[in-house]
Design a protein around this ligand. Structure first.
Ligand code: ADP
Length: 348
Protein backbone atom coordinates (compact mmCIF):
# COMPACT_ATOMS: atom_id res chain seq x y z
CA UNK A 1 0.00 0.00 0.00
CA UNK A 2 2.84 2.41 0.79
CA UNK A 3 5.10 1.39 -2.10
CA UNK A 4 3.04 3.46 -4.48
CA UNK A 5 1.04 6.52 -3.50
CA UNK A 6 -2.33 5.96 -5.18
CA UNK A 7 -4.69 8.44 -3.44
CA UNK A 8 -7.83 6.43 -4.00
CA UNK A 9 -6.31 3.47 -2.17
CA UNK A 10 -5.58 5.68 0.84
CA UNK A 11 -9.22 6.87 0.81
CA UNK A 12 -10.41 3.26 0.73
CA UNK A 13 -8.03 2.36 3.54
CA UNK A 14 -9.23 5.26 5.72
CA UNK A 15 -12.90 4.50 4.98
CA UNK A 16 -12.37 0.79 5.70
CA UNK A 17 -10.58 1.54 8.99
CA UNK A 18 -13.25 4.02 10.13
CA UNK A 19 -16.02 1.56 9.25
CA UNK A 20 -14.23 -1.21 11.12
CA UNK A 21 -13.92 0.98 14.21
CA UNK A 22 -17.61 1.88 13.90
CA UNK A 23 -18.53 -1.82 13.68
CA UNK A 24 -16.38 -2.68 16.71
CA UNK A 25 -18.03 0.16 18.68
CA UNK A 26 -21.51 -0.96 17.66
CA UNK A 27 -20.64 -4.52 18.59
CA UNK A 28 -19.26 -3.36 21.97
CA UNK A 29 -22.33 -1.23 22.69
CA UNK A 30 -24.63 -4.09 21.67
CA UNK A 31 -22.82 -6.47 23.99
CA UNK A 32 -23.16 -3.95 26.81
CA UNK A 33 -26.88 -3.75 26.01
CA UNK A 34 -26.69 -0.06 25.26
CA UNK A 35 -27.60 -0.45 21.63
CA UNK A 36 -29.98 -2.79 19.94
CA UNK A 37 -29.78 -2.85 16.16
CA UNK A 38 -30.91 -5.34 13.56
CA UNK A 39 -28.45 -6.82 11.05
CA UNK A 40 -29.86 -4.61 8.25
CA UNK A 41 -29.45 -1.47 10.37
CA UNK A 42 -25.84 -2.41 11.14
CA UNK A 43 -25.19 -2.99 7.44
CA UNK A 44 -26.81 0.33 6.41
CA UNK A 45 -24.84 2.11 9.16
CA UNK A 46 -21.59 0.53 7.95
CA UNK A 47 -22.32 1.54 4.32
CA UNK A 48 -23.13 5.11 5.42
CA UNK A 49 -19.99 5.32 7.53
CA UNK A 50 -17.88 3.88 4.73
CA UNK A 51 -19.33 6.29 2.09
CA UNK A 52 -19.05 9.37 4.33
CA UNK A 53 -15.49 8.68 5.43
CA UNK A 54 -14.50 7.80 1.86
CA UNK A 55 -16.03 11.08 0.54
CA UNK A 56 -14.48 13.23 3.26
CA UNK A 57 -11.00 11.68 2.97
CA UNK A 58 -11.17 11.91 -0.86
CA UNK A 59 -11.99 15.64 -0.62
CA UNK A 60 -9.24 16.41 1.90
CA UNK A 61 -6.56 14.27 0.28
CA UNK A 62 -7.27 15.72 -3.16
CA UNK A 63 -7.13 19.29 -1.79
CA UNK A 64 -3.97 18.56 0.12
CA UNK A 65 -2.21 17.04 -2.90
CA UNK A 66 -3.40 19.84 -5.17
CA UNK A 67 -1.95 22.41 -2.77
CA UNK A 68 1.35 20.67 -2.14
CA UNK A 69 2.00 19.44 -5.66
CA UNK A 70 0.71 22.73 -7.01
CA UNK A 71 3.70 24.45 -5.43
CA UNK A 72 6.09 22.08 -7.20
CA UNK A 73 4.33 22.52 -10.54
CA UNK A 74 4.22 26.30 -10.07
CA UNK A 75 8.02 26.30 -9.75
CA UNK A 76 8.31 24.24 -12.94
CA UNK A 77 5.84 26.52 -14.74
CA UNK A 78 7.74 29.61 -13.65
CA UNK A 79 10.86 28.07 -15.11
CA UNK A 80 8.98 27.41 -18.34
CA UNK A 81 7.63 31.00 -18.15
CA UNK A 82 4.05 29.79 -18.53
CA UNK A 83 2.59 30.87 -15.15
CA UNK A 84 -0.98 31.11 -16.44
CA UNK A 85 -1.46 27.59 -17.66
CA UNK A 86 -3.72 25.56 -15.31
CA UNK A 87 -2.12 23.16 -12.88
CA UNK A 88 -2.24 19.52 -13.86
CA UNK A 89 -5.14 17.34 -12.83
CA UNK A 90 -4.22 15.27 -9.75
CA UNK A 91 -4.63 11.63 -10.82
CA UNK A 92 -6.44 10.06 -7.86
CA UNK A 93 -6.32 6.60 -9.37
CA UNK A 94 -2.65 6.61 -10.27
CA UNK A 95 0.63 6.85 -8.44
CA UNK A 96 0.93 10.64 -7.98
CA UNK A 97 4.46 10.61 -6.67
CA UNK A 98 5.58 8.60 -9.67
CA UNK A 99 4.16 11.22 -12.05
CA UNK A 100 5.63 14.10 -9.99
CA UNK A 101 8.96 12.35 -9.88
CA UNK A 102 8.95 12.00 -13.69
CA UNK A 103 7.97 15.65 -14.19
CA UNK A 104 10.57 16.91 -11.72
CA UNK A 105 13.28 14.69 -13.22
CA UNK A 106 12.46 16.00 -16.70
CA UNK A 107 12.51 19.56 -15.36
CA UNK A 108 15.86 18.97 -13.63
CA UNK A 109 17.31 17.55 -16.85
CA UNK A 110 16.11 20.55 -18.86
CA UNK A 111 17.56 22.86 -16.21
CA UNK A 112 20.84 20.97 -16.31
CA UNK A 113 20.95 21.21 -20.10
CA UNK A 114 20.23 24.94 -19.91
CA UNK A 115 23.02 25.50 -17.41
CA UNK A 116 25.40 23.58 -19.70
CA UNK A 117 24.34 25.65 -22.72
CA UNK A 118 24.75 28.88 -20.73
CA UNK A 119 28.22 27.83 -19.60
CA UNK A 120 29.19 26.94 -23.16
CA UNK A 121 27.84 30.27 -24.39
CA UNK A 122 29.74 32.15 -21.72
CA UNK A 123 32.97 30.30 -22.68
CA UNK A 124 32.25 30.98 -26.33
CA UNK A 125 31.63 34.69 -25.65
CA UNK A 126 34.82 34.98 -23.63
CA UNK A 127 36.84 33.25 -26.36
CA UNK A 128 35.18 35.38 -29.02
CA UNK A 129 35.92 38.68 -27.25
CA UNK A 130 39.51 37.56 -26.69
CA UNK A 131 39.95 36.58 -30.35
CA UNK A 132 38.20 39.66 -31.64
CA UNK A 133 40.27 42.11 -29.61
CA UNK A 134 43.41 40.23 -30.57
CA UNK A 135 42.46 40.43 -34.26
CA UNK A 136 41.74 44.14 -34.31
CA UNK A 137 44.64 45.05 -32.02
CA UNK A 138 47.34 44.59 -34.68
CA UNK A 139 45.80 46.77 -37.42
CA UNK A 140 44.79 49.45 -34.89
CA UNK A 141 48.29 49.63 -33.40
CA UNK A 142 49.78 49.64 -36.91
CA UNK A 143 47.57 52.57 -37.96
CA UNK A 144 48.45 54.41 -34.74
CA UNK A 145 52.17 53.79 -35.39
CA UNK A 146 52.04 55.12 -38.97
CA UNK A 147 50.04 58.21 -37.99
CA UNK A 148 52.33 59.04 -35.04
CA UNK A 149 55.45 58.63 -37.20
CA UNK A 150 53.94 60.91 -39.82
CA UNK A 151 53.02 63.49 -37.17
CA UNK A 152 56.51 63.28 -35.72
CA UNK A 153 57.91 64.63 -38.98
CA UNK A 154 57.80 61.82 -41.51
CA UNK A 155 54.97 63.71 -43.20
CA UNK A 156 57.57 66.02 -44.71
CA UNK A 157 59.31 63.19 -46.50
CA UNK A 158 57.39 62.61 -49.76
CA UNK A 159 58.36 58.95 -50.11
CA UNK A 160 57.84 57.92 -46.49
CA UNK A 161 54.54 59.82 -46.35
CA UNK A 162 53.11 57.89 -49.28
CA UNK A 163 54.41 54.56 -48.02
CA UNK A 164 53.00 55.06 -44.53
CA UNK A 165 49.66 56.29 -45.79
CA UNK A 166 49.43 53.21 -48.03
CA UNK A 167 50.24 50.95 -45.08
CA UNK A 168 47.70 52.71 -42.87
CA UNK A 169 45.11 52.32 -45.63
CA UNK A 170 45.86 48.55 -45.91
CA UNK A 171 45.26 48.19 -42.18
CA UNK A 172 41.98 50.08 -42.44
CA UNK A 173 40.94 47.70 -45.24
CA UNK A 174 41.82 44.81 -42.97
CA UNK A 175 39.65 46.20 -40.16
CA UNK A 176 36.79 46.69 -42.62
CA UNK A 177 37.12 43.06 -43.83
CA UNK A 178 36.93 41.79 -40.24
CA UNK A 179 33.87 43.91 -39.46
CA UNK A 180 32.15 42.94 -42.73
CA UNK A 181 32.77 39.22 -42.18
CA UNK A 182 31.57 39.43 -38.59
CA UNK A 183 28.44 41.29 -39.67
CA UNK A 184 27.74 38.56 -42.24
CA UNK A 185 28.21 35.83 -39.63
CA UNK A 186 26.03 37.52 -37.03
CA UNK A 187 23.28 38.11 -39.61
CA UNK A 188 23.46 34.45 -40.63
CA UNK A 189 23.43 33.32 -36.99
CA UNK A 190 20.40 35.44 -36.14
CA UNK A 191 18.63 34.32 -39.32
CA UNK A 192 18.51 37.88 -40.57
CA UNK A 193 19.66 36.74 -43.97
CA UNK A 194 16.66 35.38 -45.80
CA UNK A 195 17.86 32.82 -48.30
CA UNK A 196 16.21 33.28 -51.64
CA UNK A 197 16.09 29.82 -53.08
CA UNK A 198 15.83 29.44 -56.82
CA UNK A 199 17.04 27.16 -59.60
CA UNK A 200 20.29 28.26 -61.22
CA UNK A 201 23.13 26.89 -63.29
CA UNK A 202 26.05 26.07 -60.99
CA UNK A 203 28.49 25.86 -63.95
CA UNK A 204 27.67 29.44 -64.90
CA UNK A 205 28.13 30.61 -61.30
CA UNK A 206 31.49 28.82 -60.92
CA UNK A 207 32.71 30.40 -64.18
CA UNK A 208 31.71 33.83 -62.87
CA UNK A 209 33.60 33.35 -59.60
CA UNK A 210 36.64 32.00 -61.46
CA UNK A 211 36.67 35.11 -63.69
CA UNK A 212 36.49 37.29 -60.60
CA UNK A 213 39.42 35.52 -58.95
CA UNK A 214 41.53 35.13 -62.09
CA UNK A 215 43.81 38.07 -61.28
CA UNK A 216 44.36 36.95 -57.69
CA UNK A 217 45.20 33.44 -58.94
CA UNK A 218 47.63 34.83 -61.51
CA UNK A 219 49.39 36.92 -58.88
CA UNK A 220 49.84 33.79 -56.75
CA UNK A 221 50.84 31.67 -59.73
CA UNK A 222 47.92 29.28 -59.31
CA UNK A 223 46.03 27.75 -62.23
CA UNK A 224 42.25 27.56 -61.84
CA UNK A 225 40.37 24.76 -63.58
CA UNK A 226 36.72 23.81 -63.89
CA UNK A 227 35.80 20.18 -64.49
CA UNK A 228 32.10 19.67 -65.17
CA UNK A 229 32.56 16.22 -66.74
CA UNK A 230 31.10 17.15 -70.10
CA UNK A 231 28.02 18.95 -68.80
CA UNK A 232 27.38 22.38 -70.25
CA UNK A 233 24.89 23.27 -67.54
CA UNK A 234 23.82 21.78 -64.20
CA UNK A 235 20.76 23.21 -62.54
CA UNK A 236 20.74 23.24 -58.75
CA UNK A 237 18.50 24.71 -56.07
CA UNK A 238 19.85 27.32 -53.66
CA UNK A 239 20.47 30.99 -53.03
CA UNK A 240 22.85 31.91 -55.89
CA UNK A 241 24.29 34.97 -54.07
CA UNK A 242 25.04 32.92 -50.95
CA UNK A 243 26.49 30.01 -52.94
CA UNK A 244 28.61 32.53 -54.82
CA UNK A 245 30.08 33.61 -51.49
CA UNK A 246 30.74 29.96 -50.54
CA UNK A 247 32.56 29.35 -53.85
CA UNK A 248 34.44 32.60 -53.60
CA UNK A 249 35.67 31.87 -50.04
CA UNK A 250 36.70 28.29 -50.87
CA UNK A 251 38.42 29.12 -54.15
CA UNK A 252 40.16 32.12 -52.53
CA UNK A 253 41.48 29.76 -49.86
CA UNK A 254 42.71 27.31 -52.52
CA UNK A 255 44.66 30.26 -53.98
CA UNK A 256 45.85 31.66 -50.62
CA UNK A 257 47.07 28.31 -49.34
CA UNK A 258 48.32 26.98 -52.66
CA UNK A 259 51.93 26.32 -53.58
CA UNK A 260 53.69 28.28 -56.29
CA UNK A 261 52.64 27.00 -59.74
CA UNK A 262 49.91 25.10 -57.99
CA UNK A 263 46.47 24.23 -59.20
CA UNK A 264 42.91 24.50 -57.91
CA UNK A 265 40.19 22.44 -59.58
CA UNK A 266 36.48 22.95 -59.19
CA UNK A 267 35.01 19.53 -59.75
CA UNK A 268 31.26 19.24 -60.36
CA UNK A 269 29.82 15.74 -60.02
CA UNK A 270 26.32 15.18 -61.33
CA UNK A 271 24.49 12.67 -59.11
CA UNK A 272 20.88 11.45 -59.14
CA UNK A 273 19.28 14.10 -56.98
CA UNK A 274 22.19 16.41 -56.19
CA UNK A 275 25.40 17.87 -57.50
CA UNK A 276 28.65 17.48 -55.55
CA UNK A 277 30.85 20.58 -55.66
CA UNK A 278 34.50 19.91 -54.82
CA UNK A 279 37.27 22.49 -54.58
CA UNK A 280 40.50 20.54 -54.84
CA UNK A 281 43.93 22.11 -54.42
CA UNK A 282 47.46 20.76 -54.35
CA UNK A 283 48.55 23.35 -51.82
CA UNK A 284 50.08 23.26 -48.36
CA UNK A 285 47.44 20.92 -46.91
CA UNK A 286 46.18 20.82 -43.34
CA UNK A 287 47.19 18.56 -40.48
CA UNK A 288 44.37 16.28 -39.31
CA UNK A 289 44.20 17.78 -35.79
CA UNK A 290 43.19 21.19 -37.20
CA UNK A 291 40.41 20.03 -39.51
CA UNK A 292 37.60 19.88 -36.94
CA UNK A 293 38.31 23.49 -35.87
CA UNK A 294 38.62 25.13 -39.30
CA UNK A 295 35.06 26.48 -39.30
CA UNK A 296 35.43 28.09 -35.84
CA UNK A 297 35.58 31.85 -35.90
CA UNK A 298 39.12 33.22 -36.16
CA UNK A 299 40.64 29.75 -36.29
CA UNK A 300 43.74 29.67 -38.44
CA UNK A 301 46.40 27.05 -38.85
CA UNK A 302 49.05 29.49 -39.86
CA UNK A 303 48.15 32.94 -38.56
CA UNK A 304 50.91 34.90 -40.26
CA UNK A 305 50.25 33.35 -43.69
CA UNK A 306 46.53 34.00 -43.36
CA UNK A 307 47.07 37.64 -42.32
CA UNK A 308 49.67 38.16 -45.02
CA UNK A 309 47.12 36.99 -47.59
CA UNK A 310 44.42 39.23 -46.15
CA UNK A 311 42.53 36.43 -44.38
CA UNK A 312 40.26 37.22 -41.45
CA UNK A 313 39.89 33.67 -40.12
CA UNK A 314 36.14 33.97 -40.68
CA UNK A 315 35.75 32.71 -44.27
CA UNK A 316 35.02 29.06 -43.47
CA UNK A 317 32.71 30.04 -40.62
CA UNK A 318 30.62 31.99 -43.16
CA UNK A 319 30.71 29.00 -45.56
CA UNK A 320 29.50 26.69 -42.81
CA UNK A 321 26.57 28.97 -41.91
CA UNK A 322 25.47 29.40 -45.52
CA UNK A 323 25.58 25.66 -46.17
CA UNK A 324 23.63 25.02 -42.96
CA UNK A 325 20.95 27.38 -44.26
CA UNK A 326 20.84 25.07 -47.31
CA UNK A 327 20.59 22.02 -45.01
CA UNK A 328 24.03 20.98 -46.17
CA UNK A 329 27.43 20.71 -44.56
CA UNK A 330 31.03 21.24 -45.58
CA UNK A 331 33.25 18.20 -45.79
CA UNK A 332 37.00 18.71 -45.54
CA UNK A 333 39.74 16.23 -46.31
CA UNK A 334 43.40 17.03 -46.54
CA UNK A 335 46.86 15.53 -46.73
CA UNK A 336 49.41 17.71 -45.02
CA UNK A 337 51.94 18.99 -47.54
CA UNK A 338 49.95 17.63 -50.50
CA UNK A 339 46.66 19.49 -50.70
CA UNK A 340 43.05 19.73 -49.58
CA UNK A 341 39.54 19.05 -50.81
CA UNK A 342 36.53 21.02 -49.61
CA UNK A 343 33.18 19.65 -50.76
CA UNK A 344 29.45 20.17 -50.37
CA UNK A 345 26.20 19.04 -51.99
CA UNK A 346 23.50 21.05 -53.69
CA UNK A 347 20.03 19.73 -54.41
CA UNK A 348 19.14 19.50 -58.09
P1 ADP B 1 41.28 32.76 -43.46
O1 ADP B 1 40.71 34.11 -43.66
O2 ADP B 1 42.38 32.73 -42.44
O3 ADP B 1 41.66 32.11 -44.75
P2 ADP B 1 39.22 30.76 -43.24
O4 ADP B 1 38.13 30.65 -42.25
O5 ADP B 1 38.84 30.87 -44.67
O6 ADP B 1 40.11 31.96 -42.77
O7 ADP B 1 40.13 29.50 -43.07
C1 ADP B 1 40.57 29.12 -41.79
C2 ADP B 1 41.94 28.47 -41.86
O8 ADP B 1 41.83 27.22 -42.54
C3 ADP B 1 42.95 29.25 -42.66
O9 ADP B 1 43.58 30.22 -41.87
C4 ADP B 1 43.91 28.17 -43.09
O10 ADP B 1 44.84 27.91 -42.07
C5 ADP B 1 43.02 26.94 -43.25
N1 ADP B 1 42.67 26.70 -44.65
C6 ADP B 1 41.51 27.06 -45.26
N2 ADP B 1 41.48 26.65 -46.53
C7 ADP B 1 42.65 26.02 -46.74
C8 ADP B 1 43.25 25.34 -47.87
N3 ADP B 1 42.62 25.26 -49.04
N4 ADP B 1 44.47 24.82 -47.70
C9 ADP B 1 45.12 24.87 -46.52
N5 ADP B 1 44.63 25.49 -45.42
C10 ADP B 1 43.41 26.05 -45.53
Amino acid sequence: MTKTLIPIRICLFIAGTVTLIELVLVYGLSLAGKLQLTGTEILIGAILFFSASYGISYFFIKNYLQKKLGQIYKAIRRYHRTPNTPLPHIPMTQDVLDQVQKDVTQWAQELDQQVKTQTQLADYRRAFIGNFSHEIQTPIFNIQGYIETLLDGAINDDQVRLKYLNQASKNVTRLISIVEDLTTISKLEYNQVVMEFEYFDIIDLVKDVLDELALKAKESNITLKLNSHGHSFLTVKGDPMAIRQVLSNLISNAIKYGKKKGQATINLLNMDTYVIVQIIDNGIGIEQKHIQHLCDRFYRVNKSRSRLKGGTGLGLSIVKHILEAHNQSLSISSVYGKGSTFAFHLEK
